[in-house]
Each structure stands twice: as structure tokens, then as C-alpha cells.
Design a protein around this ligand. Structure first.
Ligand code: 0A1
Ligand code: ZN
Length: 876
């Protein structure tokens, strides 16, 4: 990566200057925005070298004037090279002022200040503030902010920023102003500003301390009817954080603004969260169950950041998982407490195993605390977020809820108002528990998914049972060797005769309180004596560590655990293991030209799940779903895409046939007409119903059932299920008619159009030509990330049949789009590259074609550092 400037964690130095206060004025005019900054700097007392050089970041700014202590600087007094404005010989304490001009209407990167449907809004994390004004744009420089906004009264009646409204009023020329003050010190990545013509949904939350907090959700007026769910989600989040984490809200006001143009899901700016509209706006007619759950969890996630991220923030961007891993853990617990804990765990682990494990095995593998980066935006990854949350979850598993809560209280108390590191977090957990977590820290510094191999042996004659664990971790880029991890293995040994658990009290390294076995060595062994029969081991319960468990055991044991394990998650895992071993066996047969053959034991096991009277509908749906294409391709060396897709199709068809009557009976029984509600029992029913119909759809004769579900659907979950199945079908005319009808009915609703585009792009019968046609549709816009994700992203990640077309046309198409987006929005372009970087997984022909496209992208002269970093790492 020679041409790229790499930033290293080891080079961290404390800032030279700190800030007492930042005062900003934004004068918004149609052609440009004038930003006046007034910043009080003082030398950092921690810097014993007494620095006199001020380094500020600035990108795409037009300088009108710069001054220090009211003395104007000419260009002789500073240099401005590669984003850094450098002023030499500054005093110890001084006032820095800058007037800069920016052009939000030309800002397609959606970082800094930009326009979305005529509304001004900001996105500053990670390094967007430097596109607003010159500033020490790093999270360990924290300041109070006072912000004045001036704009036209008619076009921008709503003027918002962080904190509390201090003043507002009218100005000449039909303009007006508002002044906001945020009393909490914060880094500039948490700064936000909004100016627009918005309606507001209001409510009040009374904290446990009796303080009334005003809650406001700002949206374009035509979206007001879609704000109630977000408001109730916010109220639930505030209450939950008080009860479960003892965290109380601190300002008098909490605001959310919905914007249509947003690179990510949402942003936790202090007191003024900005959300991608798709993650706030909801109602029964347009939002699926999955959509409601997502919105509730993201509202929670951003709200929880008020403590885990804002009150206690990150020292530098290498520590990103400090706030993100912890906050994802918190939002996941929120969902689990409110809904179905087992199903939430299953969903989270599925995401981890299908997507994060692939990241950990690919060219972008990095520890949850990376040691270097070129573009920090490339590190908002599944590893930092989801694996980061798993690492926090392991601490929770090791400590137990009560001690973990003590650790979290200590962390918030000790570091309130500071910018800290992941070590600071772990040390709090260590102090409250007395556990030595030195080895545990390796989870923060070593990339890759550890493999835990298990070997068991039972000797009937002596009644001796041994269980041996062996851990290893494959090499990653820059980390050829890994040291042993501290792996919590939650376990039980089940006595087959009466389904009781063996008493594990006497086992070394086993903690009875948490039911956790501590695996810390490369190899460890457990021995039991005096057993009359071989126990059935239920290992890694609740997926207690993000590892690959390899345990070659008889299939009958999986079937036993599927029927009897009292750990819901492991019951699910047993089912998945049975399906996976069948599919992998059949894959090798098909790959050698053989014929597919269904395994009757698998059908029996599925049948018993269907007949199980203690399993909820949601659990049945989860257990009976086959591992997906993406997960399976990771288990196969150089997968032949055609063989795997063909295998999945045949297997699903056989399952559909063998259990046809059950799918049909269950579908009919579940397809009732109760009034829609987003509650766990109904959500479970609908997900099981969806699975039944999906299997039936493989039999061909059920298209009538699918269309009638589409026509009679009273909610978006059913409607989108039917639409998905129709998108897979080859009946072109019917498909076209339904799609056209859908669009006509819903074209005014942005979220519906986005879902409609995405469903079509994932459809098995949607070719590249169809995708190109969708991009010509009036609803598509390449400058809107949601539309890009709906069409191009869904195609690349969710339409393997056509994306992996043998002639490479899918890859070429994606590379074309990446090159266009590279100029408009590098963040989005770089995210799309991921689909090309896993070429090592695929057969030789596809692999070479993907590499060709990566080279083609690499040749672009104006490649952004976002895309360059990904492409360079992949081709290394
Ligand atoms: N902190 C936000 C995620 C976020 C990150 C970067 C963004 O723009 C580049 C926007 C949002 C979260 O975790 O929700
Ligand atoms: Zn977050």
C-alpha cells in the first residue's frame, strides 16, 4: 500500500492543544454556506514537550479568513497540505477564528454538511467535521459547542443543533436564526446541524429521577403518520437503559431527524440523532416484522450511545469497538429482553457466522481493535460491531449479569466525560470480578475466527469419559501466528437416560455459577469417572464464544440434542449441523457428477420438529431453515457456484415434497386473519408461515396460493413474502403485472419503493439486463445510498445466480457501478467492493474474473482512498 498513507495505533500521541469552547455560526445561503468558527485553544498540560505548532484538519474548504488572537493570518503563516492546516509558533492559550465557505449542494459524499431533499444536514463521524471547518478532528479533543444557524425563514423554518435552544428570532430579508448550546463536552464527530422544513412528532419521558425530557421526531410532513412506532421505541429504550444499565438521560431534550440520503443506518449525535428514514419511518401497511424489529433496535442503539459513546467516548478511531461493540451488545440485550431471547440469539449468530466469519477469513480481516488503517470509514465493519459485541458478551458470560453490571457502572463512573481505550473497559471488568483478563485482551488484538476442535472418548468398561479441546486460529494478513485465546465454553453434559445434567462441580476450570469452562491453553482435557453410560455433550451453549466448533460426532447425537437439549440455541445448532452435514456430503457427490439423494433421517428429524409440541412457531421456523448459500460457500474449498445453487434447489424441493402436507396444513392454520400487531407471538407465526410457503413454492403448483396471499395481505410482512416468491418465479407476465401494480399503488412511499427495488434485485429470475433496466426506472437514483443498496447491493449480495454468472458479466457490472460511485460517494463505492474481494472462495474461472475486475478498478486514476485500500488489500 505504498501510495497510501497508513495510520498506526502505535503512533498515537496526545493532542498538542485542547479546546475550552467552540462557537460556530452557519450562514446558510442558496449558493453556499458561510461557517464562522471561534475556538479557544490551550496547550495540553499532558504534553511535557510544550508544543507550539497547531495542526488542524480541513477538506474542501474555501478560506475567507483565518486569525489568531484577532490577528489575521496570511498564507505565509500556514501551510495546508493533505488535509492538514499547520500553523507554527502559536502561543500557549489563544483564540483561533476561521471564516470558510462550503458548498453543501455539491456534496455528494454525504459527509460534512450536505443537502437531502432540500434539507441541510450533517454527518461528522468519523472525519466529516473537517469538511465543515478547520478543526482538531480527532475524538480525544472534546469541547463545549455553541452553534448559531441563520437561514431563510420560509425554506428552513426548522433550525436544529446539539443541546438546548438558547435563543431564536427573526432577521432582516426574511431570514431567522437559532442558537443552540450543548453543555456536555464532546468530540466534533458528535456535532450535528439540521435546517429544513419539517414537521415534528412530540412526546415526553419522565426519567426515574423525575426529570421531564421532551422527545421530538422531525420528519417531512408527508411522513408524520409513520412516526408513532419510533417514538414508542425511544420511550422503551430510555426506560430499559435506566432499568438494565442504570443509565439516565442527561439533557432536557432528545431529538431525532429522518433523512432520505444517508450513508449508514443512523448517527448518535449528542441530543440530535440523525437517522436514515428507512430506520425511523414505519407503519403496518409498509413495514415488515423484520423492519419493525430493526427500527426498534437501531433507535435503541443510537439512544444507548448517549452513554456508551458520548458520555464516555473513544480516545482514537482504533478504539471504535469500545463504543460500537458495547452498544451493539446493549441493543441486542434490549431486543432479547423485549421479545424472544432465543430467536434473537439465533439471528445474531446467523449474521455473525454468515457475514463476519467471512470477513475474518478474507483479505480485510482485522482485529476488533485494528492496529492500522488507511481510511477509517472502511472499519465500520461486522468485525468491529458484531464480533465486538460478542467479545463484550463473553465478558458478560464470564462475569455473570450482576458482576458485569458492576463493571459497567464502574466504567461509566470512572470515565465520564473522557475519551478512553478498550483496555480501560476490560480493566473495569477485571477489577469488579477479580478475574485475570490479561489473556482475554487478545480478543482485541488478534484477527481471525478461532477453531475449537473437540474429541471425546468413552470407555464403557471403566466408565471413563474424556473430552479434549484443542484451539487454533488460522493466520491473517500481518498476523501469521496467534496466541491462545481465553475462550468461555458454556456447557452441560446430558445424561441420555433421564435427560438430567451431570454434576460438573469437580472439574478444574469449570465455574458452576456461570456454567462456563475456561479454555485458555492450546489443548485442555476433562475426565469423568464412574459413568454408566456415555453422556451427550452440549457445548458452546448460547454460542458462548465467536469460534468455529468442530466436533465430529455421530448424527444420532445431533438428533438427540435437536429433540432434547434444554438450551434453545444448541437445539437450533443441532438441527443446523444435521442439515449442514447432509448438504456438504451431497455437494461432494454432485461436484463429481453424481446424483442428489435426500437423507430420510433428515426428513424424520424435520418431521419431529414439526410435530414437537413444546417448540414455538418462531423456533420451528428458525430450526427448519437450511443454512444459506453464503454460509455454505464458506464451508467449501473453491466452491462451484452452479453445483451449490443446484444442490440447494434440489434439497429444498425434496423437503417440500416429503413434507408437503405438513407445510400446507401449517400454512393454512397459521394464515389467519387476526388484526396485525408487532408482538412476538404473531411475529413467530408469520415467520413459520413464511417458511411453509417458501418450501411449497418449490413445488410449482402453489403459485395460486402465493398470488392470493399477495392480494389478500393486510400487512407488509405477508405482502413482501409473496412478492419475494413471485420475484423468484419464471412467470414473466404475472411478475411484471404485479410489480407494475405495486409501484403504481406505492410510488409515493419511499420506503415501499426501496423494498420493491430490493426484492426484485434479489429475485432468482432477475438477470443483469433486468437490473440495468431497474437502474433506468424513474425511482432509481445513484446519488441516494438506499437506492444503490436496494438495487446494486441486493444484486451483488443477494442474487448469487446472476451475480456469479459464468461469463463474469455480474462482476463486470458491479465494477462499472463501483467506478461511477467512486466519484460520487466513495464510502458507498468501497462497501460494494466487498462482494468482489472474497474471490478465493470460488472456482478458478470465477476467481480469475473477479480478480480481473479488481485490477480494472485499481487502474482508475482518481481512485478514492476508501476504494483503493480495499482493492489493494484484496490483491496483495
Ligand atoms: N456511529 C453510528 C454509525 C455511523 C458511522 C459512520 C457514519 O457515517 C460515515 C454514520 C453512522 C452507529 O453506530 O450507529
Ligand atoms: Zn453505533
Amino acid at each position: 500500500m505504498s501510495e497510501l498513507n497508513t495510520i498506526y495505533l502505535k503512533d498515537y500521541t496526545a493532542p498538542s492543544f485542547l479546546i475550552e469552547k467552540t462557537t460556530l455560526t452557519f450562514e446558510i445561503f442558496p449558493e453556499y454556506t458561510l461557517v464562522r468558527s471561534h475556538i479557544l485553544f490551550s496547550q495540553n498540560p499532558l504534553r511535557t514537550d510544550l508544543p507550539t505548532q497547531l495542526d488542524l484538519f480541513g477538506v474542501d474548504l474555501e478560506i475567507v479568513s483565518l486569525s489568531i488572537d484577532s490577528i489575521e493570518l496570511s498564507d505565509k503563516h500556514y501551510t495546508w497540505v493533505d488535509e492538514v492546516l499547520c500553523i507554527k509558533n502559536v502561543p500557549t492559550n489563544f483564540l483561533f477564528e476561521a471564516v470558510t465557505k462550503i458548498y453543501p449542494d455539491k456534496n455528494t459524499s454525504l459527509e460534512g454538511l450536505y443537502l437531502s431533499n432540500g434539507m441541510y444536514c450533517t454527518q461528522c463521524e468519523a472525519e466529516g467535521f473537517r469538511k465543515i471547518t478547520f478543526y482538531p478532528d480527532r475524538p480525544d479533543v472534546m469541547s463545549e459547542f455553541e452553534t448559531r444557524i441563520e437561514a431563510d425563514l420560509n425554506d428552513y423554518p426548522t433550525l436544529l443543533s446539539n443541546g438546548n435552544l438558547l435563543d431564536s428570532g427573526e432577521l432582516e430579508n426574511n431570514r431567522h436564526f437559532a442558537v443552540w448550546q450543548d453543555p456536555f463536552k464532546k468530540p466534533c464527530y458528535l456535532f450535528a446541524l439540521v435546517a429544513g422544513d419539517l414537521d415534528v412528532k412530540e412526546d415526553v419521558f419522565t426519567t426515574v429521577e423525575g426529570k421531564k425530557v421532551e422527545l421530538k421526531i422531525f420528519v417531512e410532513s408527508h411522513n408524520m403518520h409513520k412516526t408513532e412506532f419510533a417514538m414508542q421505541s425511544l420511550i422503551r429504550s430510555m426506560k430499559w437503559d435506566e432499568e438494565r444499565f442504570g443509565r439516565v438521560y442527561d439533557l432536557d431534550l432528545f431529538m431525532i431527524v429522518a433523512v432520505d440520503h444517508f450513508n449508514m443506518g443512523a448517527m448518535e449525535n449528542k441530543g440530535l440523532n440523525i437517522f436514515n428514514s428507512a430506520l425511523v419511518l414505519a407503519d403496518e401497511a409498509t413495514t415488515t416484522d423484520a423492519g419493525f424489529e430493526r427500527i426498534e433496535s437501531v433507535i435503541g442503539h443510537e439512544y444507548f450511545h448517549n452513554w456508551s459513546g458520548n458520555r464516555v467516548t473513544c480516545r482514537d478511531w482504533f478504539q471504535l469497538s469500545l463504543k460500537e461493540g458495547f452498544t451493539v451488545f446493549r441493543d441486542s440485550e434490549f431486543t432479547a429482553d423485549l421479545h424472544d431471547r432465543a430467536v434473537k440469539r439465533i439471528d445474531d449468530v446467523k449474521l455473525l457466522k454468515t457475514m463476519q466469519f467471512a470477513e475474518d477469513a478474507g483479505p480485510m480481516a482485522h482485529p476488533i481493535r485494528p492496529s492500522s488503517y488507511v481510511e477509517i470509514n472502511n472499519f465500520y465493519t461486522l468485525t468491529v460491531y458484531e464480533k465486538g459485541a460478542e467479545v463484550v458478551r463473553m465478558l458478560h458470560t464470564l462475569l455473570g449479569e450482576t458482576t458485569f453490571r458492576k463493571g459497567s457502572d464502574l466504567y461509566f463512573d470512572r470515565f465520564d466525560g473522557q475519551a478512553v481505550t478498550t483496555e480501560d473497559f476490560v480493566v473495569c471488568m477485571q477489577e469488579v470480578s477479580g478475574l485475570n483478563l490479561d489473556q482475554f485482551q487478545r480478543w482485541y488484538n488478534q484477527a481471525g475466527t478461532p477453531i475449537v476442535e473437540v474429541f471425546e472418548h468413552f470407555d464403557q468398561a471403566s466408565g471413563k469419559y474424556t473430552l479434549k479441546f484443542k484451539q487454533s486460529c488460522p493466520p491473517s494478513i500481518n498476523q501469521p501466528e496467534k496466541l491462545a485465546f481465553h475462550i468461555p465454553i458454556k456447557m452441560a453434559l446430558m445424561n441420555k437416560a433421564d435427560q438430567t445434567h451431570l454434576d460438573l462441580t469437580a472439574i478444574d476450570e469449570f465455574d458452576m455459577d456461570t456454567q462456563v469452562y475456561h479454555l485458555t491453553q492450546d489443548e485442555q482435557m476433562i475426565t469423568f469417572e464412574n459413568l454408566t453410560s456415555k453422556p451427550v455433550a452440549s457445548l458452546l451453549r448460547d454460542f458462548s464464544a465467536p469460534v468455529k466448533l468442530v466436533f465430529d460426532r455421530p448424527k444420532v447425537e445431533f438428533a438427540y440434542l435437536l429433540a432434547n437439549d434444554d438450551n434453545s440455541f444448541n437445539q437450533f445448532e443441532a438441527g443446523q449441523s444435521l442439515m449442514q452435514s447432509h448438504l456438504l456430503e451431497q455437494y461432494s457427490i454432485l461436484a463429481k457428477g453424481g446424483e442428489y439423494q435426500m437423507d430420510s433421517d433428515l426428513i424424520d428429524a424435520m418431521q419431529s420438529v414439526l410435530a414437537h409440541d413444546e417448540l414455538s412457531d418462531a423456533k420451528k421456523a428458525a430450526i427448519l431453515t437450511l443454512p444459506n448459500f453464503s454460509y455454505l460457500s464458506d464451508q467449501i474449498d473453491q466452491v462451484d457456484v452452479d453445483v451449490l445453487l443446484n444442490l440447494l434447489k434440489q434439497c429444498k424441493t425434496q423437503i417440500a415434497k416429503a413434507l408437503e402436507q405438513q407445510w400446507l396444513d401449517n400454512f393454512n392454520a397459521l394464515n389467519d386473519s387476526v388484526e396485525y400487531a408487532f408482538v412476538a407471538s404473531q411475529v413467530g407465526k408469520r415467520s413459520f408461515k413464511a417458511l411453509c410457503l417458501s418450501y411449497l413454492s418449490y413445488l410449482g403448483q402453489y403459485s395460486g396460493l402465493i398470488t392470493s396471499l399477495y392480494e389478500s395481505a393486510s400487512n407488509m410482512t405477508d405482502r413482501s413474502l409473496a412478492l419475494n416468491l413471485i420475484a423468484n418465479s419464471n412467470n414473466k407476465n404475472q411478475k411484471q403485472a404485479i410489480n407494475a401494480g405495486f409501484y403504481e399503488k406505492w410510488k409515493q412511499d419511499t420506503q415501499m419503493v426501496e423494498q420493491w427495488l430490493s426484492i426484485q434485485s434479489r429475485g432468482e429470475s432477475t438477470s443483469i439486463a433486468d437490473i440495468k433496466a431497474l437502474m433506468q426506472h424513474e425511482s432509481f437514483d445513484i446519488k441516494t445510498p438506499n437506492k444503490v443498496r436496494s438495487v446494486i447491493g441486493s444484486f451483488a449480495m443477494g442474487n448469487p445466480l446472476h451475480f456469479h454468472a459464468k461469463d463474469g458479466s455480474g462482476y463486470e457490472f458491479l465494477a462499472d457501478q463501483i467506478l461511477v460511485l467512486n466519484e460520487l460517494n466513495p464510502q458507498i463505492a468501497s462497501r460494494l467492493c466487498a462482494a468482489l474481494t472474497h474471490f478465493k472462495r470460488y472456482d478458478e474461472n470465477r476467481k480469475l474474473k473477479m480478480i480481473d475486475q479488481l485490477h480494472r478498478i485499481d487502474q482508475c486514476k482518481s481512485l478514492s482512498k476508501d476504494v483503493k485500500e480495499i482493492v489493494t488489500r484484496s490483491l496483495q
